[in-house]
Design a protein around this ligand. Structure first.
Ligand code: UTP
Length: 289
């Protein structure tokens, strides 16, 4: 089985749920505590052994590339002032040489189209897709858990988690061939099922491991829901010839593409930071007054 070395990070969506800020700031550069959401996603990928990140970017998102690059003036200033701790923190955020590619999705035609834009960079090997709005808080990073499950079954794998009661109609939901333990073979997937028709309570939470044949399917994929080329539709087609498993990971997902999801992530992550937790707790208590 070929090792998964490459992760595709589609960030070219228009981010309408976080307007107006999303107009000029890529939503994945919005901060959770003191670093952009993307910083956590890259750290998760590195922990899982990802060697190359392919960002699918849109217009006005060059700040993403800058974030992972040197800032010589700033670094010289921190050095001169002896601020070595923050300097070290900045250096850990840098891309390693050759670790990142940036591919322009010239029109936001949907997640499936964004993934398809990575085909020439990924080539003929299995790869991960990490949806950068989905910040996953887990003791063992979510993609590490997914890789461990993938090592057992190969094929295609979708990370899932239980959705809140009565909320399945908002998500992509998987259908399983029997539900036992965390790793189960899938029989289908449905985007936003009408209430009461959902085949399970497990939603697709933003990490996938896919085989390269998905690119051929995406090449001929028609537009689906919302007039967009949907990754889910292409996965359903690929399922006719390849195995798909759902892996229920151990952790909590924050949808940072949503205002309240981003707020929750900020509160949760601040409360986990030893250097900030006491002050964060005081501030929250005071505000709740
Ligand atoms: P979303 O549907 O959550 O993102 O897509 P969006 O379209 O930016 O957000 P809203 O709903 O308008 O607020 C999931 C992921 O796929 C990317 C998005 O950037 C996001 O990370 N995406 C989506 C693309 O890269 N290109 C697209 O054409 C669509």
């Amino acid at each position: 089985m070929k090792r998964v070395r490459i992760a595709v990070l589609p960030v070219a969506g228009l981010g309408t749920r976080v307007l107006p800020v999303g107009k000029t700031t890529a939503k994945n550069l919005l901060n959770v505590v003191d670093r952009p959401i993307l910083s956590y996603i890259v750290a998760e990928g590195r922990a899982a052994g990802i060697e190359h990140f392919v960002f699918i970017v849109g217009r006005g998102q060059s700040a993403i590339e800058d974030y992972f690059d040197y800032h010589p003036e700033l670094e010289a200033l921190l050095q001169a002032k002896g601020k070595t701790e923050i300097l070290q923190d900045l250096q850990n955020e840098l891309a390693r040489p050759g670790e990142m590619s940036f591919v322009r999705q010239m029109q936001p035609l949907g997640l499936g189209h964004a993934v398809w834009c990575a085909r020439e960079v990924v080539g003929d090997e299995p790869f991960a897709v990490m949806l950068p709005d989905m910040l996953m808080d887990a003791k063992v990073p979510a993609l590490v858990q997914a890789m461990q499950a993938y090592d057992k079954v190969g094929g295609n794998l979708v990370v899932v988690e239980p959705c809140p009661q009565g909320q399945a109609h908002k998500y992509g939901i998987v259908a399983l061939d029997g539900h036992e333990g965390r790793l189960n073979r899938m029989t289908g997937m449905v985007e936003k099922p009408p209430p009461g028709t959902e085949p399970s309570n497990l939603f697709i939470s933003g990490r996938y491991i896919l085989q390269p044949e998905i690119f051929e399917v995406l090449a001929s994929q028609d537009r689906g829901a919302g007039g967009e080329i949907q990754l889910t539709d292409a996965m359903v087609r690929l399922m006719q010839t390849q195995a798909f498993h759902a892996y229920e990971y151990d952790g909590v997902t924050y949808d940072c593409g949503d205002k309240i999801g981003l707020l929750r992530a900020n509160v949760a992550f601040a409360l986990q930071r030893p250097d900030l937790a006491p002050a964060a707790r005081n501030a929250i208590t005071e505000l709740l007054g």
